[in-house]
Design a protein around this ligand. Structure first.
Ligand SMILES: [Zn+2]
Length: 255
């Protein structure tokens, strides 16, 4: 039986395939260099204010701690909305949304507390934990208990007192980024009753007096105001607030 031309061509193609090595497999794409990877090697301190069982130990909360200028209470229970949603719950939720975003961008996160079901630590110890954790930048997350008619967020900024002298300017810059991002991303206005244009300089808070890294304390809104409370208790809004914080941190550390 003779072999057709077509058959010969097919045989030739088969022989070529045996002799010529296949192209090497395409290497996998390198990791994304998107801005979300911009915090690799950075450490961010997160202090979710208060704690879930602070209310069980008033004597612990009343303990006097040195804040760099004067004595202040170890901590408080925090505030709550008219509907009974506790500030510590809000702080903890936003802190965790923020930590997720920061870790996704490559940052390491250091914390002042590891759950929302404990007591403390005191505010001076919270500052030390973040300092000792070598944070490049830190944020204290709170919501306020202001007058029911008052609205909005306030960013509390440090005043030079010795320990924090070298981080005042950077803290104010961080506050500026955070104010811009909160306004752009969350719909929460600047406070109508605290500070000026969303900034309040404070020299009476251990968290700001004792910090050795750039830091702000953000009162994300007024839990006693019904309009703010509707936002503060919404998971969607909490994620937006965490997004705004993460954006401000990226601008500080990767800008
Ligand atoms: Zn608070």
């Amino acid at each position: 039986m003779g072999i057709s031309l077509g058959g010969l061509l097919a045989l030739f193609a088969a022989l070529v395939a045996l002799v010529v090595p296949a192209a090497p497999p395409t290497p996998p794409a390198p990791p994304s260099t998107h801005a979300s990877g911009s915090l690799v090697g950075k450490i961010v301190g997160i202090d979710p204010g208060h704690n879930g069982r602070n209310y069980t130990d008033p004597s612990y909360l009343n303990k006097q701690v040195w804040n760099g200028r004067e004595y202040e209470d170890c901590d408080t229970t925090g505030t709550q909305t008219g509907g009974g949603y506790d500030e510590h719950t809000f702080n903890w939720a936003v802190a965790n949304y923020l930590a997720q975003k920061l870790r996704a961008a490559g940052a390491k996160v250091v914390w002042t507390r590891t759950s929302d079901t404990g007591i403390g630590p005191c505010v001076d110890q919270r500052a030390r934990l973040l300092n000792q954790g070598h944070a490049d930048i830190s944020i204290d997350i709170h919501a306020d208990g202001g007058p029911t008619s008052g609205r909005g967020f306030a960013i509390l900024l440090p005043v030079a007192d010795g320990p924090n002298n070298r981080v005042i300017n950077a803290s104010v810059r961080f506050g500026g980024y955070l104010r811009s991002q909160l306004l752009a991303m969350t719909g929460m206005p600047v406070s109508t009753y605290d500070g000026s244009n969303g900034f309040a300089y404070r020299d009476d808070l251990a968290g700001l007096n004792l910090t050795t890294e750039p830091k702000v304390l953000v009162e994300c809104g007024n839990m006693r105001n019904a309009t703010d409370a509707a936002l503060l208790t919404s998971k969607t809004w909490q994620v937006k607030a965490a997004d705004a914080m993460a954006s401000a941190i990226v601008k500080m550390l990767a800008g």
